[in-house]
Design a protein around this ligand. Sequence first.
Ligand code: ADP
Ligand code: MG
Length: 254
Amino acid sequence: MCILKASGVKKVYKSRFGGMMVEALKDVNFSVDKGEFVAIMGESGSGKTTLLNILAALDKATEGEVILDGKNISRIKESEIAKFRRDNIGYVFQDFNLLDTFSLEDNIYLPLVLAGKKHTDMKERLDAIVGPLGIADLLKKYPYEVSGGQKQRAAVARALITEPSIILADEPTGALDSKSSDELLELFRKVNGLGQTVLMVTHSVKAACYASRVLFINDGVVFHQIFKGDSSDREMYEKISDTLTLMARGGGEN
Ligand SMILES: Nc1ncnc2c1ncn2[C@@H]1O[C@H](COP(=O)(O)OP(=O)(O)O)[C@@H](O)[C@H]1O
Ligand SMILES: [Mg+2]
């Protein structure tokens, strides 16, 4: 079942007075099935963050449409967007985006507090996820008291607690050391194994190997995709590296 579908997505950034224009996305088309773990790769500046922001209804496409869980997100009223985002999307940022003056627990609760949930419901949901995320003992700590890897796990908990249709992650391992990166990717694999759909932007080949499918964006379009299928991590690593080499050589027109 398709949970996310992007059709003809185009994004042109205009400067304030209309002078400079940047075409960040030209014509992006792809879909994600429920339960998939998809990675998106592309060079710096290829429009990955722009795309995620559009998928998360944080920004609007210039043209095209995005259907998330049966809803056309470009048609959602401005007044309902915050609620739609909270109910349907879990977003994980490269730099965690935790509030420093809140404990990890309160950071994780935040989307549910904003949604007006009862404390007993919040606690039940928290209890269900802290075990698998390995943060049960850290909940009373503040972001400045824990490591980057622990912060990111709390950020993943905050994304999961609303039971979103999809987790969108923008370079989630970008600020982590290699051990914490591996742990975070294992965690994504685990939550995906429990049925959570995950879409992760990364420029790490190693990170992309955790996904079941990798999409490559180049020149504003999805240029290629690779399915993991029965390939080993090593074979997947080679396939991804080969594609990146081809893209870097300007193979975009093939
Ligand atoms: N708010 C913005 N205003 C103008 N140009 C932008 C804005 N955000 C991104 N861009 C431009 O759009 C292109 C894609 O950026 P981005 O989506 O951040 O790429 P990536 O995440 O793949 O590195 C870049 O050329 C970037 O400079
Ligand atoms: Mg980016």
